[in-house]
Design a protein around this ligand. Structure first.
Ligand code: G16
Length: 542
């Protein structure tokens, strides 16, 4: 039976870079999750009789909100809900299921790389029928709806058994509990040369994958250990836990430092990788060498033709604006277009749907292709393995070859997390006010050539997204970008992206910190970061 529940709007349900992310306690307020889910359903057109995919990264509150979403899907007229067993579906796997099962969309419950647990973060994002994150037109309408909602509808059905595969029909909704891994593993097997990777591994190649107690554990165990023959124990921290074992499931050098230390040690494996809470990010480390996400995108694009799925070449590359220009040089060499979009995977969807690009990537550790409409952590790992299986060179040598051909974009991101919103806003406002006067001035030895607030014009649908980050470009080709994160749940997070290009005949073997030191000083001079944030140094450097 279905009932209508009266409710009042919450004013803080504006989706950020990737869905709504808040503290668990915020989501636990009566009607909070229900309001948001009903607002999503109110904006979805054609849901009557349609199929909805529901899954999440297994974090605290995942199961409860999945039961709520199922009850509300029934009351809202959906005919079928496809749910991952145990409530588990990685973000790329959810994207794959939406596409292959012809679903109208999907609810993915995750706060990505943010920590989990009763005092930590939860999130809900909605993906549309192409399998990708809802575009801004949808999230704007959704936010508007959250501000006027006055009722939601919900079935009073009892909890669905999420742990048993199979179908149940209640209140007109067929709930299908699926194995979350198999379809995704088959998709990967269709893209890559598994026989070649198996051969590489059988020949003694050693790898280590840190699942960070998040969603990729079961996927990585099935693919790397069972299908590709990697030794048991290759996947570490493989059991998904509601609190990720008390850690941030963020695959960077700070939160995946154990992997980093192993990869830098005497007996390091040949290849190390990690993924995040919901399985869409990746970290790649070769023996003795960390590969920045921007460089990884460039190397994957340059070598994609070595994998069966991309053997005929790629149509184009897209990268988010703060991502380094390393991929631009590859696009130029391949004579394919390069698109520069705002931060957020949702901006790649139109380009992928239109067939304009094949590979996309972001500095925030996301890379993916046209196989789904999300970034995909294990996809990046497998494309790397496929390349290594063909080239049979160490990662360090592949990087050295790449830089020797294209030059090197030294790159780092400095994050100031959880700073006071007012200070962060003041820093951005002050920069915005000086955009016109900065060009032509010098900061240290650097001359500003251009300064702007990045705006994106989507050529496929004519939409325009403004205020996407402040760019300060220097005459020598270096760049500093200032942006406020759209995924934090506490205060503001300032991101400062720093990049310097060294041509192929220059010094390619510098320490990144040394190469970027003058730009780091320039960032402080131009933006007064210490004064605005009250911090002497960034919390995280990646
Ligand atoms: C999300 C988005 C990414 C974006 C990242 C960082 O990743 O899906 O496209 O690059 O946030 O965003 P921000 O700099 O605004 O924090 P995820 O993995 O958190 O879903």
């Amino acid at each position: 039976m279905t009932s209508t529940v009266e409710t009042k709007p919450f004013t803080d349900q504006k989706p950020g870079t990737s869905g709504l992310r808040k503290k668990v306690r915020v989501f636990q307020q009566p009607h909070y999750a229900e309001n948001f889910i009903q607002s999503v359903f109110d904006v979805v057109e054609g849901k009557d009789g349609a199929t909805l995919v529901i899954g999440g990264d297994g974090r605290y509150l995942n199961r409860e909100v999945i039961q709520t979403a199922i009850r509300m899907a029934a009351a809202n007229g959906f005919a079928r809900a496809i749910v991952g067993q145990g409530g588990i579906l990685s973000t790329p796997a959810a994207s794959n299921v939406i596409r292959t099962r012809g679903a109208i969309g999907g609810l993915v419950l995750s706060a990505s790389h943010n920590p989990g647990g009763p005092d930590e973060d939860f999130g809900i994002k909605y993906n549309v029928s192409n399998g990708g994150p809802a575009p801004e037109s949808f999230t704007d309408a959704l936010y508007a709806r959250t501000l006027e909602i006055d009722r939601y509808v919900i079935s009073d059905m009892t909890d669905i058994d999420l742990d048993t595969l199979g179908e149940t029909t209640v209140d007109g909704l067929t709930v299908e509990v699926i194995d979350p891994v198999t379809a995704y593993a088959e998709c990967m097997e269709g893209l890559f040369d598994f026989a070649a990777i198996r051969d590489l591994i059988a020949g003694g190649f050693r790898l280590s994958f840190d699942a960070m107690h998040a969603v990729t554990g079961p996927y990585a165990t099935e693919i790397l250990e069972r299908r590709l023959g990697a030794a048991p124990g290759t996947v570490v921290n493989g059991a998904p836990l509601p609190d990720f074992g008390g850690h941030h499931p963020d695959p960077n050098l700070v939160h995946a430092h154990e992997l980093y230390e192993r990869m830098m040690g005497d007996d390091a494996p040949d290849f190390g990788a990690a993924s995040d809470g919901d399985g869409d990010r990746n970290l790649i480390i070769g023996r003795g060498i960390f590969v920045t996400p921007s460089d990884s995108l460039a190397v994957l694009a340059a070598n994609a033709h070595l994998a069966p799925a991309y053997k005929d070449g790629i149509a184009g590359i897209a990268r988010s604006m703060p991502t380094s220009a390393a991929a631009d040089r590859v696009a130029q060499a391949l004579d394919v277009p390069l698109y520069e979009t705002p931060t957020g995977w949702k901006f790649f969807g139109n380009l992928l749907d239109a067939g304009l690009v094949t590979i996309c990537g972001e500095e925030s550790a996301g890379t993916g292709s046209n196989h789904v409409r999300e970034k995909d952590g294990l996809w990046a790992v497998l494309l790397w393995l496929n390349i290594l299986a063909v080239r049979r060179q160490p990662v360090a040598e592949i990087m050295a070859d790449h830089w020797a051909r294209y030059g090197r974009n030294y790159y780092a991101r400095h994050d100031y997390e959880g700073v006071e919103q007012a200070g962060a806003d003041a820093l951005m406002t002050s920069l915005r006010e000086r955009l016109v006067t900065l060009p032509g001035t010098t900061i240290g030895d650097l001359t500003v050539s251009e300064a702007d607030d990045f705006a994106y014009h989507d050529s496929t649908d004519g939409s325009v997204s403004r205020k996407q980050g402040i760019r300060i470009l220097f005459a020598d080709g270096s760049r500093i970008v200032f942006r406020l994160s759209g995924t934090g749940t506490q205060g503001a997070t300032l991101r400062v992206y720093i990049e310097r290009y060294e041509p192929a005949d220059g010094d390619l073997a510098q320490q990144t910190g040394d190469a970027l030191a003058p730009l780091v000083a320039a960032a402080e001079t131009v933006a007064s970061i210490k004064q605005h944030t009250g911090r002497n140094e960034p919390d995280v450097v990646t």
